[in-house]
Design a protein around this ligand. Sequence first.
Ligand SMILES: *Cc1c(COP(=O)(O)O)cnc(C)c1O
Length: 359
Amino acid sequence: MSEAVSPRFRSVLDRFAAYKPGKAVTSPDGRSFKLSSNESPHEPLPSVQKAIMEAAANVNRYPDNNATALIDAIAEHAGVSPDCVAVGCGSVGVAQMLLEAVAEPGAEVVYAWRSFEAYPLLVALSGATPVQVPLRDETHDLDAMLAAITPHTRLVFVCNPNNPTGTIVGHDELAAFLDRVPADCLVVLDEAYGEYVRDGRFPDNMELRKGRPNVVVLRTFSKAYGLAGLRIGFLVAHPEVAEAIRKTYLPFSVNSVAQAAGVASLAARGELLARVDATVAERERVHAALVADGWTVPRSEANFVWLRLGDRTAEFSAACDAQGVSVRPFGDEGARVSIGSPEENDAFLAVARAFPHRA
Ligand SMILES: *Cc1c(COP(=O)(O)O)cnc(C)c1O
C-alpha cells in the first residue's frame, strides 16, 4: 500500500512524536513493579468499588453534565461555595479547559522546566506560545518566572510540589510572587500531590486566593484518591473565573461512574488519607536509604523521588527494567521513581544500591 495521505493537519502535530505505549517489564523471577506513573499502589476502597458497581448499572443514561453531587461534595471539603469549583476529565482535562479559555495565537504561557510533561503538549495544542523557565536547584525559580512574564502572558503554571523533582515553593515566596504577577494573568497552582506534603512551608491556598481572583488551584482524584483510571480533576477559583472555565467543558467528559466514585472517595477521605500517610512514611524510608547509599536526592514532598542521573539515565532505567521495576526516565536528565508498596520500593532500592553511582 502506498496511498498518498493528503489530509492537512496542524503543523504543530509534527512537533510531537507518536504516542509510544510503555512496555511491561518483568524481573528474571517474573515480578513486575510499576513505579512510573505516580499512581496509588492501593486498589479502590470497598465503599468506592461499591459506588462504582452501582453507577455501572446506569450507564445507559448520560451523566449529570453539571456534576452537581460531585461539585457539591468537593466544595464542602474545600470549604468553598460550589460556584468556585469546576471539574474536568482529570486535572489534565481541567488544564486543557484553562488553556482553551485563555490561549490564542500570540498568547504566552509560562511554566518551569523540567516540570509536568503534559504542559508542553497542552500549551502547543492550544495554539499559545510556551515559555519555559529553567528550575534552579531542582525548584521553581519564581524570580526568573516573574521576569519571563510579558504583556502577552495569559497563564502561569506553578507545579507544587513539582513533578518530577518533588520540591515545593513555600507560602511566603509564592505570596510575594503572586503580588507581582499582573492581575490579568491567571496563576494555576497545580497541587496534584498536595496531600503528600508534610513541609509546614507549603502554601495555604485559601489564604493565597483571598483578594487574588487570578489564582486557580488545580487538584486531582488520580493520586492520593487512587482514581487515576476514572479521570477526575477539579479547580477552585473565583466564581467568575470558574464560570468562564466551565464554558470550555467538553460535555459529559466526567462520566457518571467517575462522578459516583469521586463522591464516595470524598466520603471515605479519612481512610484514603491514612493510605497517604503510609506512602509518606515509605517516601521518607526510600529517601533515607538512598542518601545512606550515597545518592543525592532532593527532598520530595510528593509520592516519588527524583534521581538526576544525567547521561546515565537510560542505563539506570534499563537496570531497573531488568529487575522488573519500571521507572520514568526523562532524556539525559534523570529518572522519576514513584513510591509504591514496601515490596516495590525494596525492589527499586536493590537496583539503586547495585548501580554504580558514587562520583
Ligand atoms: C499526575 C499529575 C496530574 C494529574 O493528572 P490527572 O489528569 O488528574 O490524572 C496533574 N498534574 C501533575 C503535575 C501531575 O503529576
